[in-house]
Unconditional design. Structure first.
Length: 130
């Protein structure tokens, strides 16, 4: 259960509705997900978070699918189940196949394992890597 109530579109202020409308238009969806509904309890945070996310996730040097894959990897690493679900769905819309997903999970798992080993062994960074 969320720590805050969800702000449904029908009960949202005009300021929140404007952000909701932009989210739905940009993402080509019929409704906003629960993340945005909870964040909407603070309209300034809702707007700031949406604007930042929209800017960062737009196509650039990295294509949108790559950005979603990175988002999934960070979400797995930080343990955010909601973010994993949301960005996995977004990645699938952008062309992620089951094969890509399985390979991504293998890379995340391997990175987690080797990161823990390097940390535990306190491996000194090679001068050639600096």
């Amino acid at each position: 259960m969320a720590a805050m109530r969800m702000v449904e579109y029908a009960y949202a202020s005009p300021e929140v509705r404007a952000v909701y409308d932009d989210i739905m238009t940009t993402r080509k969806v019929d409704a906003v997900n629960n993340f945005w509904k909870v964040i909407a309890n603070d309209p300034a945070a809702l707007k700031r978070t949406w604007e930042s996310l929209k800017q960062v996730m737009q196509p650039g040097a990295l294509d949108p699918l790559t950005k979603e894959l990175i988002y999934i990897a960070v979400s797995v690493s930080t343990g955010c189940g909601y973010c994993i679900a949301s960005h996995t769905a977004a990645a699938r819309k952008r062309g992620m196949t089951d094969e890509i997903f399985h390979e991504l999970m293998a890379v995340i798992g391997m990175a987690s394992e080797t990161n823990r080993l390097a940390t535990g062994y306190q491996v000194e960074i090679d001068p050639s890597l600096k």
